[in-house]
Design a protein around this ligand. Structure first.
Ligand code: TMP
Ligand code: ASP
Length: 234
């Protein structure tokens, strides 16, 4: 598959066109940002790890009936994916209180939620991705009512599948962010599934093994990513 023009460069990935208009190449970078880009840095080896992890987890989800944009791995840091029309929505699922939920509602970090919480955010860095309700998403024309229902159903299923898989690897899936898009009116899971977009804690010690080590200057960032790769790929 030939890599053509750079279509888009985000904070953690570059997207290239290919000679097939329905497919693009997603190339994972080592660069990391936090706080809407206010904090910038590099996590050595992150691009390759997030590519491998995403490829593996997309395959795993496919085997459980979730349609994803993933086609195949192309190189250490890149994968071939379907070109999607992305929803301007970030979908967050939470099992344990952490991050913005703790700040916003004063719930103690680590509190197990009585049921998973599904949240939608408007994907707009200039507005700091404000939280929106289902009704905002529909009213703003970001997705139809049927699409919101389908996306919610996928997110809940993905949570169950990933949470169980990770628990068997001694990892708690604290929360995670998903992005969906469409091609020919079919909804696919897009973007990535990695320690950049999920919170993973060790079951026993509750040690953070994700991007929070970078966000909170906890040190041991690279080794946390390597540990996740080792546990997930076995
Ligand atoms: P939050 O607690 O900061 O709202 O984050 C919830 C989850 O979403 C967490 O697993 C990290 C992920 N996330 C992203 O992937 N990108 C983002 O820009 C933010 C703010 C969070
Ligand atoms: N992705 C966000 C940013 O670049 C922040 C985060 O992941 O915490 O600022």
């Amino acid at each position: 598959m030939d890599k053509k023009k750079l279509l888009y460069e985000g904070k953690a990935k570059k997207i290239y066109l290919t000679n097939d208009e329905d497919l693009v190449i997603q190339d994972f970078k080592d660069s990391a940002t936090a706080g809407d880009g206010a904090k910038k840095g590099t996590i050595k080896g992150k691009g390759a790890i997030n590519n491998q992890l995403s490829a593996f987890l997309f395959d795993y989800l496919r085997s459980h009936g979730i349609q994803t944009h993933f086609e195949k791995k192309l190189s250490k840091t890149s994968m071939l994916v379907k070109r999607l029309e992305m929803y301007k929505i970030e979908v967050v699922m939470r099992n344990i209180a952490a991050g913005s939920m703790v700040k916003k509602y004063g719930i103690e970090e680590g509190t197990e939620l009585k049921q998973p919480v599904l949240e939608f955010y408007l994907k707009d860095d200039s507005l700091h991705d404000p939280m929106i309700s289902n009704e905002h998403a529909i009213a703003f024309g970001l997705a139809s009512a049927e699409e919101v229902t389908e996306i919610s159903r996928y997110a809940k299923k993905i949570n169950v599948v990933l949470k169980d898989f990770l628990f068997r690897r001694d990892l708690l899936l604290v929360d995670f962010k998903l992005e969906f898009g469409t091609q020919n009116n079919i909804i696919y899971l897009g973007d990535e599934i990695s320690p950049d977009t999920c919170r993973f804690w060790d079951v026993e010690t509750k040690k953070k093994l994700d991007k929070d080590r970078f966000r909170q200057d906890l040190g041991g960032v690279e080794s946390a990513y390597q540990e996740i790769l080792k546990r997930v790929l076995g």
